[in-house]
Write a protein that binds this ligand. Structure first.
Ligand code: PEP
Length: 249
């Protein structure tokens, strides 16, 4: 099935109010490619300002707490993101799975809380280099996926998966096209098993050192329905060619 490509930027802990200009430049670039869905996941504190500055661009968070509200110092709920104007959020990024010790069950709870609040979700999965080298990447990612997926889906497009091999994030290294194709096919199979035909509507993004020079090749791989982009999403000059490559694929 041909799904619209989704290209989402993950700004991580980058971005000040002085970077709203860059967000405006990215929104302007994105508007040249209406055939691609473009989103920017930015620090929570910048969301409201960004939404005011670029009302046409999908702005998202990078994490949510699984609770609606309560005694969770420093955390952000899905309702808070919605209140700030966000329309999506990342959950389960490997940097959080590692540094914040987020389990698959915790990621599942976050995904369900975000979907329940009306946010679209980009749910991240991916293997370490040790797992890749041991030859068990597919089994490991399938186990992660099984434990992290929300119980059910309601609306088309509300959930996207991001396959992000941990060893490819921010390193300049990428899997081979065959390795990406094999993993995305396995993820699609699991989604179909789990959600029936609705699993065919879930976009599977690739993430890990996507940049202008490799984007076209990555987008040409079967079952790659977009990308989650870190470093190359920080500047419009780098992000624009990635969006253009998605449009051309
Ligand atoms: C990411 O942080 O999700 C990511 C893919 O980063 P980068 O593109 O910089 O590898």
């Amino acid at each position: 099935m041909l799904l619209r490509k989704l290209v989402a930027g993950n700004w991580k802990m980058h971005g000040l109010s002085s970077d709203i200009d860059e967000i405006q430049a990215i929104a302007a670039a994105a508007s040249d490619y209406p055939e691609v869905d473009v989103a920017l996941c930015i620090p929570a504190i910048l969301i409201e300002r960004a939404v005011r500055a670029v009302p046409g661009l999908a702005i998202g968070g990078q994490d949510v707490h699984h609770s609606d509200k309560g005694a969770h110092t420093g955390c952000t709920s899905a309702r808070m993101l919605v209140d700030a104007g966000a329309t999506l959020t990342i959950v389960g990024h490997s940097e959080r799975r590692d540094a914040q010790r987020e389990s698959d069950a915790a990621v599942k709870a976050k995904a369900e809380a975000a979907l329940g609040a009306g946010l679209n979700v980009i749910l991240c999965i991916g293997e370490s280099i040790e797992v890749r080298d041991s030859g068990t990447a597919i089994e490991t990612v399938m186990t992660q996926l099984g434990g992290s997926l929300p119980q059910s889906l309601c609306e088309e497009g509300e959930l996207a998966l991001a396959y992000e091999p941990i060893w490819a994030i921010g390193t300049g290294k990428t899997p081979t096209s065959d390795e990406i194709e094999e993993m995305h096919a396995a993820i699609r199979g699991k989604l179909l098993d789990r959600f029936g035909s609705d699993g065919g509507q879930v976009r599977i993004l690739y993430g890990g050192s996507v940049k202008p020079s490799n984007a076209a090749e990555i987008f040409s791989i079967p079952e790659v329905n977009g990308a989650l982009v870190g470093g190359a999403s920080l500047k419009a000059a780098d992000f624009m060619p990635v969006i253009a490559a998605a449009a051309g694929s």
